[in-house]
Design a protein around this ligand. Structure first.
Ligand SMILES: *Cc1c(COP(=O)(O)O)cnc(C)c1O
Length: 349
């Protein structure tokens, strides 16, 4: 007889990671292709001599360094094992059961529904409007059982971003007991039309800014993310933190990455330039690509999304398809983008 497991897990959508195909160009997971930033592999090598010791569970130096850079007290910064882990901690810190709702747009980051349901909370979704968050509809969906709202800005997978005015209006109107998370995984790729969540959060104790080292900073494989929030929120996040989950090597690599910020900015500028080129070329092919503020573009192919994804895979380009909806394509190195555009050009629209 098999052990008794939670019956609701059967209905749970599993997280689908970007696929890897041997010898293929991988444009499926929004990684930065250039590798770890300068100095980071040396820091990792040095940290490797200490792996017989438990890591600093409070990630003290990293937390203090981030706090100083962001101009907040260290008691307002909580690191986690990737920002996905911080998302999960946020749900655990606000919800106790299925009567507690987590609100987010759909389609948005695939981890939101999974972590919400694993935590036993109720996911409530509001459809995107023209590939963008529909903030008035989201505000209308906030009710007495809403505990947490995720706003992904720019949105994964559509790349679209909200401006300061509409976000400020939303934050002004949302009840102050509802925690609002601004997930800014792609903030380093945005232009100045996209507000910095740190500015929006100032003076609002119910707003959390979520950041990650996985994308622009090139550390997806080491799992470091963090939240900036009011002190009671951070204290709650630390209570639900899985002890030691941000490991020693990851802490050292994150610190070394911060030292290489100039190089990170250069890489992001190159990716943003490529994004413009890829977007223009796709529109020329007839795709209705929304403007992107992230390191990927979105092809709203609807019923043909799976077919396009397959077309690319057969030609050794791995993109991220969402069947029945669209395809997300990471902006890679120029040669990778050229290869993708060639393949996209052979797809009959
Ligand atoms: C990639 C991504 C993250 C980062 O997740 P990590 O766990 O830090 O690797 C968070 N939020 C969104 C919307 C993302 O696309």
């Amino acid at each position: 007889m098999t052990a008794r497991l939670r019956p609701d897990l059967d209905a749970l959508p599993g997280y689908v990671p970007g696929k890897s195909l041997r010898g293929a160009i991988k444009l499926a997971s929004n990684e930065v292709a250039a590798g770890p930033l300068p100095g980071v592999t040396d820091a990792i090598t040095a940290a490797a001599t200490e792996t017989h010791r438990y890591p600093d569970s409070g990630a003290t130096v990293l937390t203090e360094t981030l706090a100083t850079r962001l101009g907040v007290p260290a008691a307002q910064v909580a690191v986690g094992c990737g920002s996905v882990s911080v998302c999960q901690q946020l749900v655990q810190a606000t919800c106790v059961g299925a009567d507690d709702e987590v609100l987010f747009a759909w389609r948005s980051f695939e981890a939101y529904p999974v972590i919400t349901q694993v935590a036993g909370a109720w996911p409530r979704t509001v459809p995107l409007l023209e590939q963008t968050h529909d903030l008035p509809a989201m505000l209308a969906a906030v009710g007495p059982t809403t505990r947490l709202v995720f706003i992904c800005n720019p949105n994964n997978p559509t790349g679209t971003a909200l401006g300061a005015d509409e976000l400020t209006d939303f934050l002004d109107k949302v009840p102050s007991q509802v925690l609002v998370v601004l997930d800014e995984a792609y903030t380093e790729f945005t232009d100045d039309t996209v507000p910095d969540g740190m500015d929006l959060a100032r003076g609002r104790d119910n707003v959390v800014v979520l950041r990650t080292f996985s994308k622009a900073w090139g550390l997806a494989g080491l799992r470091v993310g963090y939240a900036v929030a009011a002190e009671p929120v951070v204290a709650a996040l630390r209570k639900v933190y899985l002890p030691f989950s941000v490991n020693h090597v990851a802490q050292a690599a994150a610190l070394a990455s911060l030292e290489a910020e100039d190089e990170m900015r250069k890489r992001c500028a190159a990716i943003v330039a490529e994004r413009g080129r890829v977007l223009g070329a796709l529109r020329e092919l007839g795709h209705d690509v929304p403007p992107s503020q992230a390191n990927f573009v979105w092809l709203p192919l609807g019923e043909r999304a799976a077919e396009f994804t397959q077309h690319c895979a057969e030609r050794k380009i791995v993109v991220r398809g969402f069947a029945g909806d669209g395809v997300r394509v990471t902006v890679g190195e120029p040669a990778e983008n050229d290869a993708f555009l060639d393949v996209a050009g052979t797809f009959e629209l």
